[in-house]
Ligand binder design. Sequence first.
Ligand code: NAD
Length: 697
Amino acid sequence: MLASANQGGDSDVAVIRLDNPPVNGLSHQVRPTVMAGLEAALADAAVKAIVLTGAGKIFCGGADLRQFNTPAASATPSLQALVERIEASPKPVVAAIDGIAYGGGFELALACHYRLVSPQAKLALPEVKLGLLPGCGGTQRLPRLIGVDAALRIIVGGDPVAALDAVRLGMADVLIEGDFLAAAVAYARRVVVTGGAHPVAAQRPIALADRQMVFTAAREQASKQKRGFPAPLACISCVEAALDLPFEEGLKFEHQQFTALLNGSESKALRHLFFAEREAAKIVDLPSSQARRPITQVGVIGAGTMGAGITMCFANAGMPVILMEARREALERGLALIRKNYAATVAKGKLSQEALESRLSIISTTLDYQDLHDADLVIEAVFEDMVVKKEVFQQLDQVCKPGAIMASNTSRLDLNEIAAGTSRPQDVIGLHFFSPANVMRLLEVVRGAATAADVVAGAMQLAKTIGKIGVLVGVCEGFVGNRMLTPYAREAQFLLEEGASVQQVDRALYNFGMAMGPLAMADMAGLDIARAARLRLAPTRPAHLRYSQVADRICDMGRFGQKTGAGFYRYEAGSRTPIPDPEIEALIERCAQEAQIQRRSLSQEEIVERTIYALINEGARILEQGIAQRASDIDTVYVNGYGFPAYRGGPLFYADTVGLDKVYARICEYHRRHGEYWEPAPLLERLAMTGKNFHGV
Ligand code: NAD
């Protein structure tokens, strides 16, 4: 249906409806109709009050994201003009909020004189999540309405507030049950009868006693929790302006801050990721009507780190799951890990004891493959060893019912080889969870050469069911994420040999925005895991290529990272804080000497370029080879699975913002200096030469 705002209701109360499915967004088509409805109501002497509401079970989802940075966003009347017209209305305007009132939708409601909510209502100013702030007076009106503390929490956090809490806080006046619209019209009539001046949020006084403490604490928290993100800090400054400046001046300040964020790279990156996540769910070569293999009963094999976490994912989604192990002790250990994780969530107050019990009650265990017979899906999470995995799949082939999906959580192994060892390769797929599997949202869905379409569609749907972001990838060494990690980790070690310290490499990438540096990350993941992959690939590595011995030599010392209390760093007992270790710096120097590398001082810029551009170059190859469906999928993988800063939008989006011509030129320079590893990816070269970028591909 096209946007419309309908006038209705009884003659003394005009009802204006926002009507623009699916969320009654405030597009350039909706705003004029709302304004026309308002003008008509104001001009009609018979109308004494106005009710603003939304069609369906939604008030308004806010501005239309796709229109940001386009002329439609500023087409008249602007949201600002609407807000001003409502606030200045001599006739009382009542916002009747059923369902969500988000962003610009809630700002519209804030300009109304009264706000009524239904029990389903949810109010939010979520702009910060897209690197923005409420730009239509939200930061100025909300603190006047509910106080600075609560406003900071809502604006800087961006999370929705449920109806009852909204009333308690003062974001809404009344909660109404029953016939909502009729009650809203009756309420509007009552306020007409009561008479007097109608409350205007902009005119309410605002004060704060301990301002220094409140704003310092808010800034500290935002800098810690959202390191490198400008929007939360800008939100805080706007709320501070509400306190310091007259209302009109505050609005101007808010507008300046909003415009700066809108045109800045953070918001563009976050908006890119917002759409990227939705796009990732689409399978390019399958129709949306594609049948899906149904999955209700799940089996998991291996109760180690991953198996335990994967089991929790299904229990959390209310899906019965049977956990199978080879040995009783391992099964007990896995179950104990699951219990410990749940108990920690209960202790934090994020899960009730009742919910814990109900989750545990749908987890069953076995040591017998036969018990997996009824499962619609079995996920293997045993040791990363082709021989072991093949044995497991042969067993599954024997016991699984016809049509059951047989999945592997392998990080890097050849899924096609695993599938070929079964009599039903069409039923085999990769489901690559990330550690901790019950927390990390990313799921690489690995499509084998023979995987059936309904298995692929079923697995992508399953990702949604268990609250993961499924990204469809093809088979190659390491799929998308781990394949890109290889050149990234390689360069990190080369940089050590060339003169950087462990801390310097990690610090440079941490400052770039990575959740942690590559060497601290390697310590966390386990150096033995990476070494096993290097050993496996050794026969395919050309002998003339440079190879850093550093990580292997650290492993030779029995240092496998955090789990052994030492790796690239050392760790105090029970602590995960990396402590620089002179012993490792000496080892690096020895390795450099043996490899006849002249050590030099390296800049932060070179460290970042060498590692991040290596990621980008590999990403370009992955895209060109069709291992990822689209550039934005690679960004989604890297931001959600590898700690790439969301405010940079992912490696390929970041490359686009730097300019592919510049990235290409630097890669050519590194190719000249460091040889073969740096050969530019053909796709990157073509795009750079033709002035295009990844996200146009
Ligand atoms: P792990 O060593 O913690 O657990 C493996 C478990 O499998 C052990 O409990 C073992 O007893 C059990 N097992 C071994 N052979 C078995 C068999 N034949 N039948 C039943 N159980 C068997 O390993 P993990 O870290 O959980 O990794 C498991 C898989 O997940 C590997 O393929 C790994 O590459 C992959 N993976 C690991 C991570 C990670 O960060 N740890 C991340 C993604 C994927």
